[in-house]
Ligand binder design. Structure first.
Ligand code: NZQ
Ligand code: ZN
Length: 388
């Protein structure tokens, strides 16, 4: 049942090859001290850094920078960004990069005017911001996380071996995001396919929950079908603009709260993947790919009808002559073939997980209760072992 809800997503999107042209006008809405945040250098190589600094210069902004935001941004880097923003009296944060840069900018935005330690406040105590939030805008260079239109901000603490996401509310979502599919064309294949699987799994995490026959499920099926088609084209020809734009647009809708409406939502693949990430610092989408088939095969009997529907509606497998179980298994087999076609990492051992880490990873796995089977620690261990 869809039930009662409010839907409001405040992020304005500019999509397409001309999207960066709107940055100039957007900048007029914010103060003069801009913090430009980016990653390890891909935007310098691609020339986007030069384009953006020219626009900021023309707009008369005072620009401070935080460079080197790493994939899976750390708590130490967060503290550095907060310090830089305070020193420069930042009025507006411009994130240029992938989900890590965008997430990181949101985490900085809620911490600059707040006296508390951000890790303790947002990632241990899960409090909401009580101080002024600095507005964030995003120029996205990688499709996957949906960070461009959501309140998520995932931070890693290597000292405590924790990778934790805080999903903030409307006030923290980017004020605007600029989505030019062309920017994603310089991604290495590994990152492109990791992003594609991240998108797929975001949809699955919401789709595989509840037994309802609601609009969210139909939207999800369409998004998944479109993603599968586009991903097959993009792997063959990474310069296929239509495929890359369909992937980018699907990523945004996969995780901007829309398809969660009416769903309890699972998110256990993400909890397992994040725990693997805390131990290995592996690429987010690959951690999901490596645990998800063992997870879905394990919970399939508890959500059999939905897995059968997934096979028929997403993978186009005929229902004829098959039990629900046979159909459901065929659906997961089709997903497995597609994942192999993309060249995804299918085992956590390939991401650096060794047998002696498993107990620790199980301890670091947060257990949520929205899926078809509510896990205990033994279930977590079973799935982790099957993912080796
Ligand atoms: O740092 P640079 O040099 O820019 O290189 C990055 C990075 O090495 C590179 N890259 C990005 N755009 C590029 C490019 N290289 C060439 N050309 C381009 N156009 O790709 C690498 C990965 O980038 P990253 O931002 O880390 O990837 P992604 O977008 O997958 O973000 C991952 C982070 O987002 C979190 C993850 O946990 C992880 O920390 N997530 C955020 C979510 C949210 N906000 O809702 C949900 C997700 O489930 C996820 O947990
Ligand atoms: Zn994800």
């Amino acid at each position: 049942m869809l039930g009662n809800f409010t839907y409001h997503n405040p992020t304005k999107l500019y999509f397409g090859e001309d999207a960066l042209g709107y940055l100039k006008d957007e900048l007029k809405n914010y103060g003069s001290n801009v913090l430009l945040v980016y990653g390890g250098g891909s935007i310098k190589k691609s020339g986007l850094y030069d384009e953006i600094t020219a626009i900021l210069g023309d707009a008369g902004k005072n620009v401070a920078e935080v460079a080197g935001v790493m994939p899976n941004p750390t708590v130490e880097k967060l503290n550095e960004g907060v310090k830089t923003a305070r020193e420069n009296k930042t009025d507006f944060i411009l994130a240029v990069g992938g989900g890590s840069v965008c997430d990181y900018s949101k985490a900085v935005s809620v911490s600059v005017n707040c006296g508390d330690d951000p890790w303790e406040k947002y990632y241990i105590r899960f409090e909401e911001p009580t101080c002024d939030i600095i507005p964030v805008g995003c120029v996205l260079t990688m499709a996957g996380t949906g960070s461009e239109m959501n309140g998520g901000a995932v931070i890693t603490n290597h000292a405590t071996k924790q990778k934790i996401g805080h999903v903030f509310g409307d006030d923290v979502m980017p004020k605007f995001s600029i989505l030019n599919p062309k920017y994603t064309m310089t991604l290495p294949k590994y990152q492109m396919t990791a992003g594609i699987y991240d998108i797929m799994n975001h949809i699955c995490e919401q789709y595989f929950s509840g037994e309802d026959d609601n609009t969210s499920d139909y939207i999800s099926e369409g998004l998944m079908r479109g993603l599968i088609t586009a991903s097959r084209k993009a792997v063959i020809d990474p310069t296929d603009y239509e495929a890359r734009s369909n992937i980018m647009w699907t990523a945004t809708w996969a995780l901007n709260t829309l398809v969660a409406k009416g769903k309890s939502t699972d998110w256990m693949v993400h909890m397992l993947g994040q725990a693997v990430g805390a131990y290995t610092d592996a690429t987010h989408g690959m951690t999901l790919a490596a645990v998800s088939l063992p997870y879905y095969r394990y919970i399939m009997p508890y959500g059999l009808k939905k897995f059968a529907r997934f096979a028929a509606e997403v993978w186009g497998i005929s229902r004829e002559g098959k039990t629900d179980e046979q159909l459901a298994e065929a659906g997961l087999a089709a997903m497995e073939n597609w994942m192999k076609e993309l060249g995804l990492v299918m085992k956590i051992s390939e991401l650096g997980v060794t047998g002696d880490m498993l107990e620790g990873i199980a301890d670091a796995t947060l257990i949520l209760d929205g899926g078809y089977k509510i896990f205990d620690r033994n279930d977590v261990m079973t799935v982790l072992k099957a993912s080796m």
